[in-house]
Design a protein around this ligand. Structure first.
Ligand code: NAD
Length: 506
């Protein structure tokens, strides 16, 4: 594998070696700030650095967003004017697909092919979707109160803090940014400190698209420093966060001060249930995709594969054979199916579950090891482990890597009980040819999304989010409308009413 290119070639002309903050449509280097390395997971090489925004820099960004909201044109524009800019953002992102997918690959290790064909088009579509959406929602009018008209409309909430994770940085952050600004809010967003590159390039597009100053601002840095300063800032009116459950708790505590709204999209440990009547070959395709896609780092991954005993032998034999044959390698090579995981720390975390499996006497069917073709890069072999007990940490903890915990079941009630025996509740995946079973079991799932016989299709109109420790609130068309706007009621008399008069003679 030869993908260690010179820095200038890796980054192109667009992103400086040091990623600064972006405030009022200009890049701002925080000067003597802490510098954090950005690693390419394919080799471990440092490809850029991030200049960390401290509390003062975060304050400056929030003030810019505040000014743009309180006094700027954005919340006051007509829908048509805002739409034009949102469509322009979409078009410019598609034009910059090569740049964006290259940068996204460099800091995540996700295959460039899937970034260019799925993540970037989806990220740009976020702006198209919300541009269309804002043209179609309407308020309500009540006339029941005799002589009065009551109008209920929606108005943007204000300044939003948007915090994203490293596993799909641009797709997830732009979902928040698009929804937030489409409804007339302004924002300060913070990508993960591990993955700032593509969103820095996105900031250039923001400027080029004609988004007014201060509407979209970016700060960078560690969660405890920059993230905490942003979530706790009193100038922030609402917080949307995607990341780990523990961090979600910290964000919620920060949001309690000042009673700010929060939306939390958190971790998962979703069941992928293969019933006796499943099309087994198709279910294998789906289960493999469910656990290994995006290098195994998906919040909604089908990471607990639960297979009916009658088809278990056939399923396991093929699932394991296919796992062994997956092409692991350079994420910039179009032939690669799985790239590296995000960081050395994360690989250590994933592989610690191999020790758990051994200690518990679980059967490691394949993988469970690092893969180091050239002695570098954060690769993990696609891993499948047969687990005896759902209480195992292999079934209860979010591993967030190419690591499937497989169990068997005897009947539907057992499958339902296993699937729901989790502190998470993000998604469930069902594989069955029986529609009635799909409907009945689907309705029993304590999970925000239930996919039947399909990979992870997501219609942006639908609500996406989790039960239990997988989060609070939902993202998607109507859910975002509710989160990013406040309802305001206005009451008008049809003719001036006769008022009761206090002290009329005074
Ligand atoms: P993380 O919680 O470590 O970090 C997410 C973001 O929060 C980062 O920008 C980080 O810098 C920031 N942060 C960390 N500590 C903070 C603090 N105390 N205050 C403010 N901000 C802080 O998550 P991660 O490791 O980047 O991402 C992986 C996790 O994200 C997994 O658990 C995954 O399931 C979850 N995730 C959920 C969804 C979903 O839609 N439910 C989607 C993708 C990822």
């Amino acid at each position: 594998m030869s993908y260690l290119l010179p820095r200038s070639v890796l980054l192109g002309a667009h992103v400086p070696d040091t990623v600064p903050a972006f405030i009022d449509n200009a890049f701002v280097d925080p000067g003597a700030a802490v510098r954090l390395p950005v690693h390419y997971p394919g080799t471990g090489a440092v490809v850029a650095e991030v200049a960390e925004s401290d509390a003062d820099m975060v304050d400056r960004a929030v003030r810019a967003a505040r000014k743009a909201f309180d006094h700027g044109p954005w919340p006051r524009m007509t829908v048509e004017e805002r739409q034009k800019i949102l469509y322009r953002l979409q078009a410019l992102m598609l034009e910059a697909n090569d740049d964006l997918s290259r940068l996204e690959c460099l800091h995540t290790g996700i295959t460039q092919y899937s970034l260019g064909t799925r993540h970037i088009p989806r990220a740009s579509y976020n702006f198209q979707f919300f541009a269309e959406y804002i043209n179609h929602y309407s308020g309500r009018l009540y006339e029941q109160e005799d002589g009065y008209v009551t109008l209920i409309g929606r108005t943007p909430v204000g300044v939003a803090a948007l915090l994203g994770p490293w596993n799909a940085p641009i797709a997830l952050c732009t979902m928040k940014i698009a929804a937030c600004i489409a409804f007339g809010n302004t924002c300060v967003f913070k990508p993960s400190e591990q993955t700032p590159l593509s969103l820095a390039r996105f900031c250039e597009i923001v400027k080029e698209a004609g988004v007014p100053d201060g509407v979209i601002n970016m700060v960078n840095g560690r969660g405890q420093v920059t993230g905490n300063a942003l979530a706790s800032h009193p100038g922030v009116d609402l917080i949307s966060f995607t990341g780990g459950t523990k961090t979600g708790e910290a964000i919620m505590a920060a949001a309690a001060k000042g009673l700010r709204q929060v939306s939390l999209e958190l971790g998962g440990k979703s069941a992928s249930i293969v019933f006796a009547d499943a099309d087994v070959d198709y279910a294998i395709d789906g289960a493999l995709l469910g656990i290994y896609n995006n290098n195994g780092q998906q919040c909604f991954a089908g990471s607990r594969v639960i297979v009916h005993t009658s088809v278990a032998d056939r399923f396991l034999e093929r699932f394991v054979a296919r796992s062994k044959a997956i092409r692991l390698g350079d994420p910039q090579d179009p032939a690669t199916e799985i790239g590296p995981v995000a960081s050395e720390n994360h690989r250590r975390h994933i592989l610690s579950f191999t020790d758990t499996a051994r200690a518990e006497g679980a059967e490691i069917l394949t993988g469970g090891r690092a893969w180091e073709p050239g002695g570098s890069g954060y690769f993990v072999e696609p891993t499948a482990v047969l687990v005896k007990d759902n209480a195992s940490r292999l079934c209860q903890d979010e591993i967030f890597g190419p690591f499937a915990a497989i169990q068997t079941f005897e009947d539907d009630d057992e499958a339902i009980a296993l699937a729901n025996d989790s502190r998470f509740g993000l998604a469930a995946h069902l594989w069955t040819e029986n529609l009635e079973r799909a409907m009945r079991v689907g309705a029993e799932m304590r999970a925000g999304t239930v996919w039947t016989n399909t990979p992870t299709v997501r219609d942006l109109r639908s609500a996406f989010g989790g039960f239990k420790e997988s989060g609070i609130g939902r993202e998607g068309g109507q859910s975002c409308l509710h989160f990013y706007t406040e309802e305001r009621t206005q009451i008008l008399p049809r003719r001036r009413p006769q008022l009761k008069r206090f002290a009329p003679g005074a």
